[in-house]
Design a binder for this molecule. Structure first.
Ligand SMILES: Cc1ncc(C[n+]2csc(CCOP(=O)(O)OP(=O)(O)O)c2C)c(N)n1
Length: 821
């Protein structure tokens, strides 16, 4: 009886103890000592006002300099994992290594400050524990078998990280402060704190991890999805071992992480099959300020990391002035990534010693905080004292090393440092277009027939949807030359022929597996089981891979991801599809900052394809225009290609050309909607088995036309129908299927055929302030040596009318004017 009572009592005690610990596991981070300057005050938590030794023990674990947020994770196994690591005894770190890194971080900044007074470097001081943190994470990755660390970060501490983590020579970084010979860089290059860097990290266990810091624009956080896409591509290059070998580490500013929507979009990719990288490590370099703005004005919750709570991921807040805790958290975070293949967050809370850049005076906006900071010793001094080390010899040695590097920098040639591309870029080039790059893109008839057969083949017993079955039967007839080939089939033939040739294909976009316009059906769905079968993955045993994924409902992150992927898979055809071309402007930063400018700024190439459904069909202002005008405005020095294939065969050749040429340039394709199945845009099989992509489709007439209509896309087919209706034999219609690089020779040849022409007219569906007009008319006038008339919708603030009746009237008027101004 007494024994039973004792058992019951001890069970009750254990339960009570558990309740105490659970309270701290759940809420302890809100009372943790996280801010070196004490501005982030503990939250009053009645739940934690618990007396007793058990509470004291729990408080020591959860309210010290680490605040762990993990009780929101639904998976018990993950919670227990974090709990065990937090409640285990803290391992003793290599304090000499930590002190060395802290000193290096700050002396590096001091040398820059004294030698290059007045230039911006975005000092890491106040957050120099970032170096031991990265060191701890990367040393752990080396132990876990990683060979490649992919880093992304913004301005803060970037030069420091380049030298001490990525392994760039300090002299090279200093040389960039000496600036470059302006004649070597006119019109191109970028500032030093945006450039990428490649090198080796020397892990604590003696192994090297090859490092890459991704080039990024000033637009904060825009690089995040690019990092993920690049990581995924590098992982895929290593097949099964990829996830273990390549790790993505993203650093964020606290204000930027809370404020920029692309962070949410990118985080949402983390567990989606087509986009996962097996867990990324995120560090918020949290100095509790963004330029001049304090957290009160930049985030609506307590921590800027709160966005991360949308994921089932742990968040470790850590006081940057306790480097032992910082490196401990780094190790836990990295091990978590490997244990669960899932993302993890470290919120490194420190301060910013100087202004936003070193030319800003922070005492104007935060006088009190900066008074505190001025009186506050640097982290390395506090740490040296804490561990009883004499830092002076190390300080001296580091200073001498950096002084020597600075002298060396003056000897380094003052040319802009452009990135060297990895080996797999060996067979590809950028630069200006040259006609010699063209290749044959036709496919033999037997190949078309064989692809056709595979495209309509599915496993026995597969229950196919009746509508899809009919479509497949039609496709088989197309492949056998019994029916004209439409856009959907042309694309499947392009993909199929490429994978058979060994060229991998990756296409993502919203609803891309079926196709927004019900045109693709890349995946067949069993009507009884919903099992999926992708014929393009089963063409031949030795084919290349083919991945077609539905993406989350994001433009910026998904396009950024695909841009990143294309950067590390140049031999693949990588495509991103917008649901409607209009939505591409949600990814405008990626288009402006990466796709159109990365070769110019960073010497980085990409063969990414954007498929943008475009055309005026009466569906209103939001479903009409992919904004041709904007892409044309971005075009210069052959940086991108801008095309609108007018037929299915043209689309087929364009896609194959993109993959098969050695010239790697982003390709913007305005794709059709209603014309997808239109007979006028369908092509005979002979156009696939011979020919190439034609930049200009000349009129079929003999050149006697007196009126020449020049256009691009759907309107051309409507003009042809109108000409037929009018039985007009004096009007020629010329399609410009490639607007950029401008097909100068082809158009000159075509224009010169019309010696009798009284008028040349540019016809477009778009309003006068949109479409290709502004770009193309001056070019045409230059070639024709005369003025070119224009037919277009009236100038407008929005792309189109919302009324389909009004649309029809406008379209009719366009056609009438085209034939008879
Ligand atoms: C998208 C974007 N908007 C505005 C800016 C201008 N800007 C540069 S740094 C900065 C503050 C960043 O603060 P935080 O993210 O906390 O990083 P910190 O500089 O404090 O390390 C701002 C607003 C920018 N670079 N990018």
């Amino acid at each position: 009886m007494i024994r039973e009572q004792a058992v019951a009592e001890s069970a009750a005690t254990a339960e009570a103890q558990d309740r105490v610990w659970d309270a701290f596991r759940r809420w302890g981070y809100l009372q943790a000592n996280l801010d070196p300057l004490g501005d982030l005050e503990p939250v009053a938590m009645p739940e934690l006002d618990i007396p007793g030794s058990e509470a004291e023990a729990a408080r020591r674990v959860y309210c010290g300099t680490i605040g762990a947020e993990f009780m929101h994770i639904p998976d018990r196994e993950r919670r227990l994992w974090v709990q065990e690591r937090m409640e285990a005894e803290a391992p003793v770190p290599d304090r000499t290594r930590i002190l060395g890194l802290l000193i290096r971080a700050e002396i590096f900044e001091h040398v820059l400050q004294t030698r290059y007074l007045g230039t911006k470097r975005y000092s890491l001081e106040g957050e120099s524990a970032l170096l031991p943190l990265l060191d701890s994470i990367l040393s752990a990755t080396a132990e876990q078998g990683a060979t490649k660390g992919m880093l992304a970060m913004s301005h803060r501490g970037r030069l420091n990280v380049m030298v001490h983590i990525v392994g760039r020579a300090a002299a090279e970084v200093f040389a960039r402060f000496e600036d470059v010979d302006p004649r070597s860089t006119m019109g191109s290059g970028d500032v030093k704190y945006h450039m990428g860097a490649t090198g080796d990290f020397h892990a604590a266990n003696g192994r090297d991890v090859s490092m890459h810091l991704v080039s990024n624009p000033s637009h904060l956080e825009a690089v995040d999805p690019v990092l993920m896409g690049r990581t995924r591509a590098k992982q895929m290059r290593r097949s099964e071992t990829g996830r273990r070998e390549v790790v993505a580490i993203a650093m964020h500013g606290d204000a930027a992480f809370a404020g920029q929507g692309i962070c949410a979009e990118t985080l949402n990719l983390c567990a989606v099959p087509g986009f996962t990288v097996g867990g990324s490590v995120h560090i918020i370099v949290n100095n509790l300020i963004g330029f001049t703005t304090v957290p009160r004005d930049s985030v609506s919750s307590r921590f800027s990391s709160d966005l991360a709570k949308r994921l089932d991921a742990p968040i470790f807040h850590v006081n940057a002035e306790d480097p032992d805790a910082v490196v401990r958290v780094g190790r836990i975070a990295l091990d978590y990534r490997y244990a669960f293949g899932a993302p993890v967050f470290v919120d490194l809370i420190g301060y910013r010693r100087h202004g936003h850049s070193e030319v800003d005076d922070p005492t104007i906006t935060q006088p009190l905080r900066y008074r505190k900071i001025e009186a506050h010793p640097p982290i390395w001094q506090i740490y040296a004292e804490k561990i009883g080390a004499n830092p002076e010899p190390i300080v001296q040695r580091v200073r001498e090393e950096l002084d020597a590097a600075q002298k060396e920098a003056q000897e380094i040639e003052k040319r802009p440092v452009m990135r060297r591309l990895p080996r797999y870029w060996g067979g590809f080039i950028g630069g200006r277009y040259d006609a010699s790059y063209e290749v044959d893109t036709a496919a033999p008839e037997e190949t078309i027939a064989a692809i056709g057969e595979s495209l309509v083949t599915y496993p026995e017993g597969f229950h196919i949807h009746a509508k899809v079955k009919k479509l497949l039967e039609q496709r088989l007839e197309m492949a056998r030359g019994k029916r004209p080939i439409d856009f959907g089939m042309a694309e499947a033939l392009a993909f199929g022929s490429l994978v058979l040739q060994g060229v991998p294909v990756r296409l993502t976009g919203q609803d891309s597996r079926r196709g927004t316009f019900n045109q693709r059906h890349a995946a067949l769905i069993d009507t009884e089981t919903e099992e999926e079968f992708v014929p393009l993955e089963h063409m031949a045993p030795d084919q290349a891979w083919c991945e077609i994924y539905n993406s989350p409902l994001s433009e910026a992150a998904v396009l950024g991801f695909e841009y990143g992927f294309s950067r590390d898979f140049p031999e693949a055809l990588v495509l991103w599809e917008a649901q409607f071309g209009d939505f591409a402007n949600g990814a405008q930063i990626i288009i402006d900052q990466f796709i159109s400018a990365s070769e110019d700024k960073w010497n980085l190439l990409s063969g990414l394809v954007l498929l943008l459904p475009h055309g005026y069909e009466g569906q209103g202002p939001e479903h009409s225009s992919a904004r041709i005008e904007r892409f044309l405005q971005l075009a210069a020095r052959d940086n991108i290609q801008i095309c609108q294939p007018s037929t299915a065969a043209q689309y087929f050749h364009l896609l194959r050309r993109q993959a098969m040429r050695m010239w790697r340039k982003p390709l913007i394709v305005f794709t059709p909607k209603s014309m997808l199945r239109h007979p006028a845009a369908s092509s005979a099989i002979g156009d696939f088995t011979s020919g190439r992509f034609r930049t200009v489709i000349p009129d079929r007439g003999d050149g006697s036309a007196t009126r020449v209509l020049l256009c691009t896309g759907k309107i051309g087919h409507e003009l042809e129908a109108e000409r037929k209706r009018r039985q007009d034999s004096s009007t020629a219609i010329v399609f410009i299927d490639q607007m950029y690089p401008f097909p100068e020779a082809e158009l000159t040849g075509e224009i010169n055929r019309y010696a009798n022409a009284r008028e040349f007219v540019w016809v477009q569906e778009e309003p006068g302030n949109m479409g290709a007009r502004e770009f193309i008319i001056p070019q045409l006038e230059r070639l024709a040596g005369r003025s070119i008339l224009s037919v277009n919708r009236s100038e407008s603030a929005s792309p189109s009318t919302g009324s389909s009746k009004a649309h029809e009237m406008e379209q009719k008027t366009l056609l009438t004017l085209a034939f008879g101004i």
